[in-house]
Design a protein around this ligand. Structure first.
Ligand code: AMP
Length: 222
């Protein structure tokens, strides 16, 4: 296996990016960088930055490109990502963000962008039943709750429905995905960086599919 990895996971809200990125980060021993998690942590900390981000997030709108790009640049400048790599979750979400990422990662660039494909009817179902830990962001659902009384199996904090998992915000986020993020699939395809993976089925099955697809593309050929 090629050590480390520089990966981006694309996919609609509710496609399972968070769950699968956590698993890929453990498998490839790289940091999992979720812009959504970074913003939610800032909201919890009550910083000015968090208060601004919250207005966009609760409405299902995108945080402005320059703000997100600044946050990601700072994170990618740390030693762990420089030496090992990363799995990016929720970034890039616009072509402008993808361009900025390309510039930051030059000359080596990204290994792969993976499109985690899940039908819209499935993501709507998943988002309606999704529950998350307020502290560590671990994902649960009404059908697969934590073991004890809606407290997180990992860190023991409260497990709740996300403030932006309301019907209106979900619709807005899915519309924005089609408008702003789906064009990235063609963008990465043109640069020969894209691999599509079926994101439906049991999470373990999806993880195995992802690892197979990633290793296949990253093994030195010849
Ligand atoms: P997520 O957890 O990835 O669904 O992100 C939650 C919210 O954070 C999004 O609905 C946006 O408001 C904001 N956000 C996260 N990542 C980005 C990004 N790359 N660009 C703009 N806004 C983002």
């Amino acid at each position: 296996m090629v050590p480390g990895a520089r990966l981006v996971l694309l996919g609609k809200q509710g496609a399972g990016k968070g769950t699968q990125c956590t698993r890929l980060a453990l498998h490839y021993i790289v940091p999992h960088i979720s812009t959504g998690d970074i913003f939610r942590a800032a909201v919890r900390a009550g910083t000015e930055f968090g208060k601004k981000a919250r207005e966009y997030m609760d409405a299902g709108e995108l945080v402005p490109d320059e703000v997100v790009i600044g946050v990601v640049k700072e994170r990618l400048d740390q030693d762990d990502t420089k030496t090992r790599g990363f799995v990016l979750d929720g970034f890039p979400r616009t072509v402008h963000q993808a361009d900025a990422l390309d510039t930051v990662l030059a000359p080596r660039g990204l290994d792969l962008a993976i499109d985690l494909e899940v039908d819209t009817t499935v993501v709507l179902q998943r988002l309606a039943s999704r529950r998350v830990c307020v502290n560590c962001g671990a994902n649960y659902s009404v059908d697969s709750p934590p073991k004890v009384n809606w407290t997180c199996d990992i860190c023991g904090n409260e497990v709740i429905q996300r403030a932006d998992d309301t019907e209106g915000a979900i619709k807005r986020r899915l519309d924005l995905y089609e408008e702003q993020t789906a064009p990235l699939i063609a963008w990465y395809l043109e640069r020969d960086k894209l691999v599509a993976v079926n994101g439906e089925g049991h999470p373990d099955t999806v993880t195995n599919r992802l690892i197979r697809a990633i290793d296949h593309r990253r093994e030195p050929q010849g």
